[in-house]
Ligand binder design. Sequence first.
Ligand SMILES: NC(=O)c1ccc[n+]([C@@H]2O[C@H](COP(=O)([O-])OP(=O)(O)OC[C@H]3O[C@@H](n4cnc5c(N)ncnc54)[C@H](O)[C@@H]3O)[C@@H](O)[C@H]2O)c1
Length: 380
Amino acid sequence: MRSQKDLNIGMIGYGFMARAHSNAYRRVNNFFDLAYRPNLKAVCARDEGKLKAFADTWGYASTETDWRKLIARDDIDAIDICVPNDLHHPIALAAARAGKMILCEKPLSRNAAEGLEMCEAVEKAGVLNTVWYNYRRVPAVTLAKNLVAEGRLGRIFHYRANFLQDWTISPDLPQGGTGLWRLDAAAAGSGVTGDLLAHCIDTAIWINGPITSVTAMTETFIKERKHTLTGQMQKVGIDDACAFLARFANGALAIFESTRYARGHKALYTFEINGEHASIAWDLENLHRLKYFDHADESIVRGWRDIHVSDGDQPYMDKWWVPGLQIGYEHSFVHQVADFLEAAAKGENAGPTFRDALETTRVCDAVLASAASGQWVTLG
Ligand SMILES: NC(=O)c1ccc[n+]([C@@H]2O[C@H](COP(=O)([O-])OP(=O)(O)OC[C@H]3O[C@@H](n4cnc5c(N)ncnc54)[C@H](O)[C@@H]3O)[C@@H](O)[C@H]2O)c1
């Protein structure tokens, strides 16, 4: 085991992602041999009572109720941004100015203009940075990336991805405030495009290269909802559903769809890639498996293989149990922390960086612009 140096974490937020990241920080050194050890130094949110309970549950040494005070502390090395999207920009700018490493939740920002300022801030300050597009680190997804990079699929013709949910169908669901900020355009930036399709776009660019043009349609099925903070019925500004076509620089065609109105689906993120020699398919609800079809197989046994990604030769799996025993959702965050700490020890970034994530936000902006104009949008 390597000698270890503490990396003092300042967590902002105590919701869903703060739990997923805290779990990853606590477990990572038990499974990965790293030069850094995350030290849960402080957690920040506005409700002091809930904050104390969260700090006790996860073992944070101290609390702050103002994120500016957390960033000003000398005993914090890295700021982890786990708050609604509208806060990513001001917190990242302040953290970069203070010389802190930054781990920011996705999407990078509400739009590319904010995202560009965030990139420039971290690059100017020379601070290490990453964005939590964690699905890259699901072993089956990393394996898909590796198979494509090795050229096993040959020329890529098609990429298709879906992210389907059903939790906003009721018109009685309010918008805004704790838990429902995703329905409030001012806090979220956009609806399913920035929240769900951003994941699909990040994975797609990572595996298949840049997207060059898009044409999209969006719909807001429920036009008005009561706002939790004002109590008034207010116009809904987010996209409830979005479907778009895209072209990749490598000539592949793509189709992406996301909605929160697909009754029966909770988090059905799927992608399929069709190449000249082989195809790949993955499904978040069965995340430890990768479907693979290889046309080179002898015809009498040719068919879709269902690979149980649990062998030590497969990405990250040598760090866990024995072949045949699978891992799950939370491990993608452990892997991202492990890669971040491994690179940080060498003074390097582990992708996706802010600059990588800006590319995804640029595609999201292009999708929304296309939906508004009804025209194809080309990405420069
Ligand atoms: N990587 C993923 O798969 C994934 C999944 C879910 C959410 N996210 C992203 O993570 C971020 C947080 O989402 P979530 O699901 O954890 O939300 P959440 O609603 O569960 O938690 C948000 C937290 O932010 C805190 N907060 C709000 N305003 C604050 C302020 N001014 N100061 C300090 N704390 C404040 C709230 O108290 C709450 O603890 C979002 O950007 C979201 O898009 C990513």
